[in-house]
Design a protein around this ligand. Structure first.
Ligand SMILES: Nc1ncnc2c1ncn2[C@@H]1O[C@H](COP(=O)(O)OP(=O)(O)OP(=O)(O)O)[C@@H](O)[C@H]1O
Ligand SMILES: [Mg+2]
Length: 224
């Protein structure tokens, strides 16, 4: 199955109010790296929400990894989510848990052995340049470091699809670059599909990408 996200005449709205996304159609394939830009309030976060099943299509079709999101059962949705890597702007770390435990939370839930958890935590914390901070608590880290822990956690189960909403929103250049590198690597080396909402596409980006933009009326255009 090479279509990871299939969207056909999709309309999204909250209740019966105005359309947020209006009649969108596109395909996102395995290994695609997609940036989504657009003015504030245009519906970027809303579109991502529909991808992880927090908002059902009002009209049209949305198929995620072969699953029809309009009629998806709760159990199927939970399974789908367990294979997604979701990154928000606020890190949503568990403050009572160490960095290491936060990173491997998805592996712990899935019942992986302590050995696998430790190996994966070590590898990812090295990638996000936080080696040596395994046993710190989130509150002992800077904002940028916390966000890097959040990104490491999102990647810990090797998700087939990463959905990120402003992952570098308030971060300095160093933390932003670490995160872009990690997302590039996941896409290039593991063929992970990546969809990123951002205000600004990084000026240095080393792999091919697609660029969608949403206008004020909720129309989606592919720029390239
Ligand atoms: N839960 C909700 N209920 C009703 N309307 C909502 C809800 N969430 C968002 N909206 C509305 O949907 C529109 C799109 O919001 P969305 O959060 O998707 O914008 P965005 O493109 O992500 O903006 P930003 O760049 O500021 O994050 C806005 O007009 C917003 O007011
Ligand atoms: Mg948003």
């Amino acid at each position: 199955m090479s279509n990871i996200i299939a969207v056909q005449n999709l309309t999204l709205a909250y209740g019966k109010e105005e359309k947020i996304i209006d009649n969108a159609s596109f395909l996102i394939k395995k290994g695609d790296f997609v940036f989504i830009t657009g003015p504030s309030g245009s519906g970027k976060s809303t579109l991502l929400k529909s991808f992880y099943g927090n908002l059902k299509p009002q009209k049209g079709a949305l198929i995620m990894g072969g699953l029809d999101m309009t009629n998806i059962k709760k159990s199927k949705l939970q399974e789908l989510r367990s294979h997604l890597g979701i990154i928000f702007q606020d890190y949503r770390l568990i403050n009572e848990w160490t960095v290491e435990r936060n990173v491997v939370l998805p592996l712990w839930i899935a019942g992986y052995s302590k050995e696998v958890q430790r190996t994966q935590a070590k590898r990812l914390l090295h990638h996000v340049k936080l080696s040596g901070k395994e046993h710190k608590y989130p509150m002992e880290l800077s904002g940028g470091e916390q966000q890097r822990v959040g990104v490491a956690r999102a990647l810990s189960k090797n998700p087939f699809l990463i959905l990120a909403d402003e992952p570098t929103g308030n971060l300095d250049e160093f933390s932003s670059n670490v995160i872009w590198d990690l997302l590039e690597n996941a896409c290039q080396q593991l063929d992970t599909t990546v969809v990123v909402v951002t205000h600004k596409i990084p000026s240095v980006f080393n792999i091919p990408y697609r660029h969608f933009t949403i206008d004020e009326k909720g129309k989606i255009y592919e720029i390239h």
